[in-house]
Design a protein around this ligand. Structure first.
Ligand code: ARG
Length: 468
């Protein structure tokens, strides 16, 4: 590709020649911003429609422009469009090709700058991506709920400090992630409300002297709130220079990546021989090139690993913005790859984690064995003493002594005799050992948000209804 070819759109007039080859290569963005083509076309069509309405374009001209843009779109979709790095970015590539085909294309950029155009394209693109990501996150939530429902009777130890703590329904553990992902969705949706504002009409920095109909463009492009009220940026300088909407998305994406990564870590632990709580289907694991017995949870590991780049994208965007003088600076071109990467990475991680979970089998006997550890119910024994009128602190102390006695005598907690319990404290009665019945113990944990049998069933049903 010749980088010396004169662009028919932007450099004509002021410049005598094209930029040097390595300058063009350094400054181009077409290699990545071509992804904005659909939104660039949509923005240009709306702009053309509006220019016709205010009399800048004749009906014939605007029709020719829109038809030309449509044809270009079809070629891009078919992979037949020739992107030219010499034309720098997606905006100039499309406009130049349009103008080559349709003379009226030369009027399309009236009262528009690439500065408001790129802000518009990114907002349109991100709006769609948020919708898609919300769909992917909801699908992951559904996969978690389905796995919980399929294993609704399974109880596992809950952990703190990665030490066995108290029994929980397996589904309760999964639903914890459903809650986290729900907040991620809320954050993304909230971010959407600030993405969904039309910057077109801001021009390069200071709007235009021409009587544009900004509201019409915004309406055509769907920049309206829930009440149908048109959403327009209110300051041209702000509109072309801030990318806080992209930062917000990358921040919400980073937090979603944290949640995906924690889920991935649990899956990795559960799939290990040490836990052996789950088995991931072969198609969703990989082998080792050296050790024939290996089956590795790579999807979960990569989800955990990719969190690093998602954090990096957020930091890169924040750093990109912090020292920029008003208003548009070319630095802003660096926003796109970070934004694209966060969207791609979080979406792919959510999709693959969901697919993996749909092909994950829970090892119920192993879980049952782990959950049968009576030490998990030591707190229940303290609660039992509280029920007998003892204050919790001394009860905690007494049960501590019971645990020590069991350890010393090589017994499990529930194997101690009533006499042994009473040797520590006479408050223990015949019913004390009943505390170690796991089923009863789980039936008792039924406060809102608790991991007990009834409450978890209720939560599963709530999520099932909410997600369908
Ligand atoms: N490719 C540029 C970007 O991504 C488009 C805006 C260019 N504007 C300019 N005045 N050079 O930011």
């Amino acid at each position: 590709m010749s980088t010396n070819k004169k662009s028919p759109v932007s450099r004509s007039g002021r410049f005598t020649g094209g930029p040097a080859a390595d300058v063009a290569q350094f400054t181009e963005s077409i290699s990545f911003d071509w992804r904005l083509w659909r939104h660039d076309l949509a923005g240009s069509m709306a702009h053309a429609t509006m220019l016709q309405k205010i009399g800048v374009l004749t009906k014939k001209e605007s029709r020719a422009i829109i038809r030309g843009l449509d044809a270009i779109g079809k070629e891009i979709k078919a992979g037949q469009f020739q992107w030219k790095p010499a034309l720098e970015d997606v905006h100039m590539n499309i406009e130049a090709e349009l103008t080559r085909r349709v003379p009226a294309g030369a009027k399309l950029h009236t009262a528009r700058s690439r500065n408001d155009q790129v802000a518009l394209d990114m907002r349109l693109w991100l709006r769609d991506e948020i919708t898609l990501l919300l769909g992917d996150l909801a699908a992951l939530q559904r996969a978690l709920v389905a796995l919980g429902e399929k294993n609704s009777a399974v109880i596992i130890p809950g952990y703190t400090h990665l030490q066995r703590a108290q029994p929980v329904h397996f589904a309760h553990h999964l639903l914890a992630y459903v809650e986290m992902l729900e907040r991620d969705c809320e954050r993304l949706w909230d971010c959407h409300s600030r993405v969904n504002i039309c910057p077109l009409g801001s021009g390069a920095i200071a709007g235009t002297t021409l009587p544009l109909d900004r509201a019409l463009v915004a309406e055509l492009l769907g920049f309206v709130d829930a009440q149908g009220k048109v959403q327009l940026t209110q300051n041209s300088m702000d509109a072309v220079s801030d990318r806080d909407f992209a930062v917000e998305f990358c921040a919400a994406g980073a937090l979603a990546a944290v949640h995906l990564s924690r889920l991935a870590e649990d899956v990795i632990l559960w799939a290990s021989a040490e836990f052996n709580f789950i088995k991931i289907a072969d198609a969703y694991t990989t082998g080792s090139s050296l050790m024939p017995q290996k089956k590795n949870p790579d999807i979960a590991e990569l989800t955990r690993g990719k969190t690093g780049r998602v954090f990096g994208n957020l930091m890169a965007l924040l750093t990109l913005l912090k020292g920029l003088p008003m208003t548009y600076n070319r630095d802003l071109q660096e926003d796109k790859e970070r934004l694209f990467d966060t969207a791609d990475t979080v979406r792919a991680s959510a999709r693959l984690m969901a697919a993996m979970l749909r092909h994950t089998h829970v090892n119920q006997p192993v879980c049952a064995c782990a959950a049968a550890d009576p030490a998990l119910l030591a707190t229940d024994l303290a609660d039992y003493l509280v029920g007998k009128g003892m204050a919790f602190r001394p009860a905690h102390h007494v049960v501590g002594a019971v645990v020590a006695l069991a350890e010393k005598s090589g017994k499990r907690l529930n194997e101690l005799t009533l006499a042994e319990l009473q040797s520590i404290d006479p408050t223990f009665g015949r019913d004390a050992l009943g505390v170690f019945n796991l089923k009863t113990a789980m039936a008792k944990r039924n406060l809102t948000g608790a991991p007990g049998t009834k409450e978890v069933a209720k939560q599963l049903a709530r999520w099932r209804a909410q997600l369908s």
